[in-house]
Design a protein around this ligand. Structure first.
Ligand code: FES
Length: 139
């Protein structure tokens, strides 16, 4: 099994005004979601028929104990595929309807300070003029 490598894919500031970004790592489309200070990544291919999860809506988890009763939780932690509506947990990639059968492929995402990237490849691609943070994908 090939060892995973870290790839600098964006600046944190690239996410100002948006909760997601589509990047490409090793020829693979990766969607990165930012939720507050948390970061999540997954292959941008729905396991059903390949729809772009980056184009999907982020929705909440809904729980119910029966008719007329429901509770919303986990705001914006479920992505709904725009093609046929399958839903996936952005933390794990697990499909909401059939969690043991389908899963969007999760990808590790982290944020590092620019001075920590000397051991991380591709740093030369980014002009970091302030002590900013970089978004790193592990693939
Ligand atoms: S391709 Fe995503 S639900 Fe069908």
């Amino acid at each position: 099994m090939a060892e995973r490598q870290k790839h600098v894919v964006a600046k944190v500031s690239d996410f100002e005004g948006t909760d997601r970004k589509l990047v490409e790592v090793k020829g693979r489309p990766i969607v990165i979601f930012k939720k507050g200070d948390e970061w999540f990544g997954m292959l941008d291919r729905c396991p059903h028929q390949g729809g772009s999860l980056c184009s999907g809506s982020l929705i909440s988890w809904v729980e119910s104990s029966g008719p007329g009763d429901y509770r919303m939780s986990r705001k914006d932690e479920i992505v709904r595929c725009p093609w046929h509506g399958w839903e996936f947990d952005i933390r794990t990639g697990v499909a909401c309807a059939r969690p043991t059968k389908y899963r969007a492929r999760p990808v590790g995402v982290s944020v590092v300070k620019s001075e920590e990237t000397e051991t991380v490849g591709n740093l030369e691609l980014y002009d970091v003029s302030r002590e900013g943070d970089l978004v790193v994908v592990e693939l």
